[in-house]
Design a protein around this ligand. Structure first.
Ligand SMILES: [Zn+2]
Length: 195
């Protein structure tokens, strides 16, 4: 249970959910995790003090990315349809890891680029430009017109390295979390069989 609650608290997970489904996506996932079973949009709206239409917008966005899925059942009394929703945590993790991998790749490309070129920039660091282009501008910053000097790319490389390290750690943490959960589920199933 502790591990589950911790999942939604991870900044990486929160940021991802907000990007995909809007601010309320964090609350929706959190509520689903707390309940530990499928929830209806009405229930979520009540709990989060939002309009049902707002909740549906969030759920539809999550559904589009394969994170939320629903079951439709007909209410025999009034003939209306009820929708119960489930949030796929595994899918969230998959998508985050995918995104992180892409970002890491981009940063690594920047690293290679940074090692192979000499860079120039003005005092304000409006933009950091490779030598050839800086020469075309006659070493005047294209944005502010100040003189451009050689830029210390090593410092920037250190920052990039730091970013990559953090991202790799985050990915590792998420992978570990899902592995542990899968293990937990398997033992549970085994337990049921033994009974
Ligand atoms: Zn400038």
């Amino acid at each position: 249970m502790v591990r589950k609650r911790y999942f939604v608290k991870l900044p990486l997970v929160q940021e991802f959910l907000k990007n995909v489904g809007g601010d309320a996506a964090v609350g929706v996932t959190d509520h689903y995790e707390k309940k530990g079973r499928q929830v209806t949009d009405e229930e979520l709206a009540k709990k989060m003090k939002l309009k049902v239409t707002e909740i549906r917008t969030v759920l539809n966005r999550l559904h589009y990315r394969g994170i939320a899925c629903y079951k439709k059942t007909k209410n025999k009394k009034n003939g209306w349809y009820n929708y119960t929703w489930e949030i796929k945590k595994k899918r969230i993790v998959e998508l985050i890891i995918e995104e992180q991998r892409e970002s890491i790749e981009k940063l690594e490309q920047k690293q290679v680029f940074g090692k192979n070129y000499d860079f120039f920039s003005c005092k304000k660091n409006c933009s950091v430009i490779p030598f050839e282009i800086a020469a075309e501008y006659q070493f005047r910053c294209p944005e502010c017109g100040e003189t451009m000097n050689s830029f210390d790319y090593n410092k920037r490389l250190k920052d990039i390295n730091g970013q990559i390290e953090i991202m790799k750690k985050d990915v590792g943490q998420l992978q570990k979390m899902t592995c542990q959960e899968n293990k937990g589920r398997k033992t549970q199933k085994l337990g049921q069989v033994l009974k």
